[in-house]
Design a protein around this ligand. Sequence first.
Ligand SMILES: Cc1cc2nc3c(=O)[nH]c(=O)nc-3n(C[C@H](O)[C@H](O)[C@H](O)COP(=O)(O)O)c2cc1C
Length: 362
Amino acid sequence: MPSLLDPLTLRGLTVRNRIWLAPMCQYSVTARDGVPTDWHLVHLGARATGGFGLVMTEATAVVPEGRISPEDTGLWNDDQVVAWRRITDFLRAEGATPAIQLAHAGRKASTAAPFAPSKGGPVDDAEGGWTPVGPSAEAFPGLRAPHELTVDEIAGVVEAFGAAARRAVEAGFDVAEIHAAHGYLLHEFLSPLSNHRTDSYGGSFENRVRLVVEVLDAVRAVWPDDLPVLVRLSGTDWEDDGWTIEESARLGALLREHGADLIDVSSGGNTATAVNIPVAPGFQVPLASQIRRDGNVATGAVGLITEPAQAQAILDDGHADVVLLARVALREPAWPLRAAHELGFKRDDAPYPPQYERGAWR
Ligand SMILES: Cc1cc2nc3c(=O)[nH]c(=O)nc-3n(C[C@H](O)[C@H](O)[C@H](O)COP(=O)(O)O)c2cc1C
């Protein structure tokens, strides 16, 4: 069984270890132009110098109306390419793999940061918001009513993911992750709770997964053959009659056939009413495990993974190929360096930048 510090090769890319930084919105583009700032360089850069193998950007919108908040990053123009390039150059120089999460927020777009006075509430037009879009004209509870996408507009979304992926290559990213989780646009199409279409994008499993497969095909068409593409799924809606883990495993296998290299397995986010979510350390690991086993595809586990021994056990038990860390990495940017120490690795085998060696755990 691999250790957390063992490299992982996907296609022609070797990531230095299996401790990956999960995507995390920073709501910090104060100019509201989608261009990442010094905040993003420092935030992501600190986790690269902290030893993470792969450093993933926040959900980065492929079109302006696909931003969760007006302060999200984007990748729909060349100014954004230039700004991201500076960041990917730094991450790579520090030995980390630069990865971007490509996203469209769908009906959960046009909201405020969770730390804004409205605590993530809707942003109206007068405050710089916009009408969101979705598979059906039904609002997420408490958010703005979306416009139902036409079939032509769906084709535009697919094209936008492809164009953003092309820009991501130019910007120096080695890995693209397609965000199809958490109740954002692609997940909204997957789930029968948010997709009430009667055309070829709604109803049957084949129809509900059509958009995410088309998006993957569009991204793969421009992504270098020797570099990996990941997809983040919500493994379940945690709702009766919602998107299920069985469907996720079936989709995982289909995405693998279409060139996805790893499924990053989260859950929930598509309803305001999900109950019985068994929130506890590692609570989403069984979802990653089932998709890995039944979908025969590599997976990443995420969600309340905070301790090195816990993370190592996930790999030892064959539940996932990598772990992704989010909140613990906000308070501990160099978590991988602590993990290396606690798991008994020598300093020379841990991913210290030379500038930090004198501060090594001992
Ligand atoms: C501040 C913050 C921002 C987040 N933004 C994103 C995001 O942009 N895309 C995404 O897929 N998940 C996002 N998440 C979810 C995390 O990637 C992760 O799945 C979740 O926090 C569970 O992992 P944890 O227990 O290690 O925090 C965010 C989480 C936090 C705390």
